[in-house]
Design a protein around this ligand. Structure first.
Ligand SMILES: *[C@@H]1O[C@H](CO)[C@@H](O)[C@H](O)[C@H]1NC(C)=O
Ligand SMILES: *[C@@H]1O[C@H](CO)[C@@H](O)[C@H](O)[C@H]1NC(C)=O
Ligand SMILES: *[C@@H]1O[C@H](CO)[C@@H](O)[C@H](O)[C@H]1NC(C)=O
Ligand SMILES: *[C@@H]1O[C@H](CO)[C@@H](O)[C@H](O)[C@H]1NC(C)=O
Length: 250
């Protein structure tokens, strides 16, 4: 009887042990098949001359791919860091060539829309020459950070970006872009940082009617002299003033 009790006890202990180790494993959820397939479709339309996205292959957990960050509780993709790594040595021709080679190009596939929890999208310093900013980005309403700077985008800034109601950072600087108006900024009530420098704002005659906190800060910033920009708490106006869009705007 005692032996039986001991065996029973051991069995229960073993069951407990395997239960708890199972439980620990299940803490890490990894990426969902649906989001992985969406990212693979997104990759298909990109041109990646230096194979920066070599880790983006079907048999791997997409949360471990280069540039992909997942929410560790849900497994949903929350961040895409696809900025071209910065050039650290401008004097080296070899490094410069490697830098140019590692720019992503091609098209932005709307498969990105499947990433419903994406809060951070950085496509900066790439080579999307010939593309306009796709309107579908305006439907990625979970985004809080969107950086499309210095990436060769052309054409009109789509007013659909004004639907990104959770956006806190928007950086479109230094593209061949123009705006028809800035009314769409009114939809961005959480915006803390806006950089529209070195894009053509000459048609933005509606500036003073835009009602958004970011626009208000930018307006204020036009009343303070150039050098006092640094004292402003929010970085919103800095790029706009400092990097020369006054050429277009003022
Ligand atoms: C999830 O990630 C956050 C930071 O990104 C970290 O603080 C937290 O400990 C992680 N949780 C688990 C269960 O790994
Ligand atoms: C966007 O990317 C550019 C280029 O990499 C960088 O200089 C800039 O600081 C980024 N903007 C924000 C808001 O992080
Ligand atoms: C997106 O914005 C446009 C106007 O900029 C508006 O007509 C449309 O209804 C918005 N869509 C959503 C889903 O909010
Ligand atoms: C800026 O855009 C306006 C139209 O909005 C256009 O007339 C003008 O030529 C553009 N300026 C430059 C420098 O491209």
């Amino acid at each position: 009887m005692a032996a039986f009790a001991t065996i029973l006890f051991l069995l229960i202990a073993a069951a407990n042990l395997s239960f708890s180790s199972c439980f620990q494993i299940s803490n890490y959820v990894g990426c969902t098949e649906r989001e992985k397939q969406a990212l693979l479709r997104f990759k298909q339309d990109l041109i990646d001359p230096s194979n920066r996205l070599a880790s983006w292959v079907d048999h791997q957990d997409c949360c471990k791919w280069a540039g992909v960050v997942c929410n560790n509780e849900t497994g949903y993709v929350s961040e895409l860091h696809l900025k071209n790594p910065p050039l650290d040595d401008f004097s080296s021709e070899v490094k410069y060539k490697a830098y140019e080679m590692s720019k992503l190009g091609g098209q932005l596939n709307p498969a990105l829309l499947s990433l419903k929890s994406l809060i951070y999208l950085d496509l900066g310093d790439n080579n999307f020459v010939g593309n306009s900013i796709p309107e579908f980005l305006g439907s990625m309403v979970s985004l809080r950070y969107l950086n499309l700077s210095v990436s060769g985008f052309q054409g009109k800034v789509p007013h659909q970006l004004g639907n990104l109601s959770n956006l806190q950072y928007l950086d479109l600087q230094a593209n061949q872009l123009h705006v028809e108006n800035l009314q769409w900024l009114s939809g961005l009530s959480f915006l803390e940082y806006l950089d529209l420098s070195i894009i053509n704002l000459s048609a933005a005659t509606d500036w003073l009617q835009v009602k958004s906190p970011a626009a208000m800060r930018m307006k204020e910033s036009f009343e303070v002299p150039y050098h006092s920009q640094k004292r402003l708490k929010h970085p919103v106006p800095q790029g706009t003033i400092n990097t020369g869009s006054c050429f277009y705007f003022c």
